[in-house]
Ligand binder design. Structure first.
Ligand SMILES: [Zn+2]
Length: 221
């Protein structure tokens, strides 16, 4: 179902070569999570979504792409600290380093989504506290994206449904509930309405766990 291939990559920043596993093909079978995390088998390829140069520490989806000017960011103290932050699993550190690069380049949509992926990596490794920090970071970045006119989902309703999930999963229930109410008052399409009503149920229960869109049946109120 998933095809992987080892490839030698020349780092775009330092020029050194290293071997990385690339995804040639994969599929998502079934329903995604409420925060758009794909189902298996694609879900389990997460460790191949980001590469790290073992020489200079450049982290990117493809370290052969980029430019030498990124060395300035990579050598910054914030980046070096994130690269080896013992509070996070290594995979999340790699995603958060790419987040820093994209934030510096004002690509807030990519930065925000990469912080979401860092949260998934934390979830998988059982680092639940810092997973919440990644989600709070993602919310700020995605709000920046919106301010800059960088759409980060198909439409405004889908964007807000994602933000609601990030708020709920980081324990910000009051803000999550308020956003649900605000968006529902704007009469979104049926699918978004069902998602938001389901989120309201989860928020009322104080549920911060991952849930799938497959759990939504009928029009839960
Ligand atoms: Zn490098």
């Amino acid at each position: 179902m998933t095809t992987l291939r080892e490839e030698t990559k020349e780092c775009a920043v330092c020029g050194n070569k290293s071997i990385h596993v690339e995804i040639i093909s994969t599929k998502a079978l079934g329903a995604s999570d409420l925060d758009a995390r794909p189902p298996e088998p694609e879900r389990s390829t997460i460790q191949n979504w980001i590469q790290r140069c073992p020489t200079c520490g450049y982290c990117a989806p493809d370290i052969a792409r980029g430019d030498k000017e990124m060395a300035n960011i990579i050598q910054s103290s914030d980046y070096r600290k994130q690269l080896r932050n013992p509070d996070y699993p290594d995979l999340a550190n790699s995603f958060l380093c790419w987040t820093l690069i994209q934030e510096e380049e004002t690509q807030y949509k990519i930065a925000g989504w990469t912080a979401v992926k860092a949260a998934w990596a934390c979830d998988d490794a059982g680092y639940l506290g810092v997973a919440q920090d990644c989600r709070k970071r993602a919310i700020l970045l995605l709000e920046m994206a919106r301010q800059k006119g960088q759409w980060f989902a198909d439409n405004a309703g889908t964007e807000e449904a994602l933000i609601v999930d990030l708020l709920r999963r980081s324990g910000q229930f009051e803000s999550a509930m308020q956003l649900c109410e605000d968006r529902l008052a704007m009469k979104p399409d049926t699918f978004i309405r069902k998602i938001l009503n389901y989120q309201k149920q989860l928020i009322r229960k104080g549920d911060i766990d991952s849930h799938s869109t497959s759990e939504i049946v009928g029009d839960a109120g």
